[in-house]
Design a protein around this ligand. Structure first.
Ligand code: B12
Length: 335
């Protein structure tokens, strides 16, 4: 796939944009027949196309419906690829793939799982979206599991991921964590007690990590910020309207969406408190700034982050400090 570079990606993306699942499957199967490894097709074609889908949604060019249709096409193409490459094996190793509680991005996990399933002697069980830790514990406790592969896409679901890791350790099963929420280094995964972090599904056929048995106790502040009450959000919201009276003219729908955004600020702060990794808040505020670029000016967004920090401070002083500082950095970056 490399070299003449993005050509297969462009061909594939066209089928996705046309919602042509048959064409998409053809592109993928042709690549496989011409000798491209499944992992490369998954990462550089299917995965790269999905990243582009996300960007088009983020820019408001594509609707949620366009994204759903595109994702359905990639799910079909991935299923065909997996069916063609999965090996029936003696299954020395049994990898259970699960998504953290709250996590509905299953396609990244499925991509990683299909890469593993293409190796001999590995069996993969895919447990799908948002799995409560108690039920994961029961499934892992049934025995005969070598490894839990834990996928997490949204950093706000790292709290659920921490619970999943504790459940696996309770069952004596080591955990390799992966997915977008963990970022580009092992730092966040280590912070929540994972035994290893991996960027790629192919790492799941490497050495099984030792079970460290470390369970990160989710800090109370993180839990309070993640479950921030409606009345706390309403307080920050009222102060925001007070500071920017012309926002009063927004539609009821816009008012509700704005409160949602304030809640996301508190929840991404929770993930930052949990992992002690401030890049979570930096990436989030940059993302929100891009998402709202033509609707909300940077100073308004920065001020609203400060207001959220103020209202959560009595319950979450560490988080409040982290959010204030991140709001300052956000404004500096934008200047
Ligand atoms: C499709 C999609 C959805 C679908 C998912 C359907 C499905 N069946 O999966 C739906 C509609 C459910 C969805 C919902 C949401 N989404 Co969404 N979604 C996407 C999109 C466009 C593609 C996801 C995908 O297929 N990725 C496939 C590849 C690209 O993922 P990957 O993480 O790189 O995975 C690779 C590796 O990380 C690795 N890997 C993954 N897991 C694991 C595990 C292990 C153990 C290992 C070793 C490796 C590994 O292997 C993969 C293959 O190489 C992404 C864009 C993106 N960049 O991912 C947005 C995106 C992730 N979503 C986003 C958002 C905001 C949301 C929502 C909050 C929207 C909303 N307001 O409701 C909700 C949240 C849902 C929830 N609570 O989980 C944002 C997140 C931004 C942020 N700040 O973090 C993104 C980035 C879009 C964007 N550009 O803004 N989404």
């Amino acid at each position: 796939v490399n070299g003449e570079a993005s050509e297969p990606l462009e061909r594939y993306f066209q089928t996705v944009a046309d919602v042509d699942a048959v064409g998409a499957t053809d592109v993928v199967m042709n690549l496989l027949e011409s000798g491209a490894p499944a992992a490369q097709i998954t990462g550089e074609v299917l995965g790269a196309a999905q990243v582009r889908v996300g960007e088009l949604w983020e820019q408001g060019v594509w609707s949620v419906a366009d994204e759903h249709a595109a994702t359905a096409v990639t799910e079909t193409a991935l299923a065909a690829l997996a069916a063609a490459t999965t090996r029936r094996s003696g299954a020395q190793r049994h990898v259970v793939m699960a998504c953290a509680e709250g996590e509905w991005h299953t396609l990244p996990a499925r991509m990683a799982a299909s890469i593993v399933a293409a190796s001999a002697d590995v069996r993969v069980t895919m447990l799908g979206p948002s799995l409560p830790a108690g039920h994961l514990r029961r499934r892992l406790g049934a025995g005969n599991v070598t490894l839990l592969a834990l996928s997490c896409t949204l950093p706000t679901n790292l709290i659920g991921a921490a619970r999943s890791i504790a459940a696996a350790h309770d069952a004596g099963v080591p955990v390799i964590a992966g997915g977008r929420a963990f970022g580009q280094t092992s730092r966040r995964a280590e912070a929540i007690g994972a035994d290893a972090w991996a960027a790629d599904g192919s790492d799941l056929v490497g050495p099984v990590p030792n079970l460290t048995g470390i369970d990160s106790e989710v800090p109370l502040e993180a839990l309070l910020l993640d479950g921030v009450s409606d009345s706390t959000i309403a307080l920050a919201y009222d102060r925001m309207i007070g500071a920017f009276p012309r926002l009063e003219t927004m539609t009821p729908f816009q008012h509700a969406r704005t409160r949602d955004d304030l809640r996301w600020m508190a929840r991404f702060t929770a993930a930052t408190v949990l992992t002690a990794d401030v890049t979570i808040l930096d990436e989030f505020l940059s993302w929100l700034g891009r998402l709202l670029a033509d609707k909300v000016p940077v100073p308004v967004l920065a001020t609203s982050a400060h207001l959220v920090a103020d209202v959560v401070e009595p319950q979450a002083p560490i988080g409040a400090q982290l959010l204030h500082k991140a709001a300052e950095r956000f404004e500096e970056r934008a200047a």
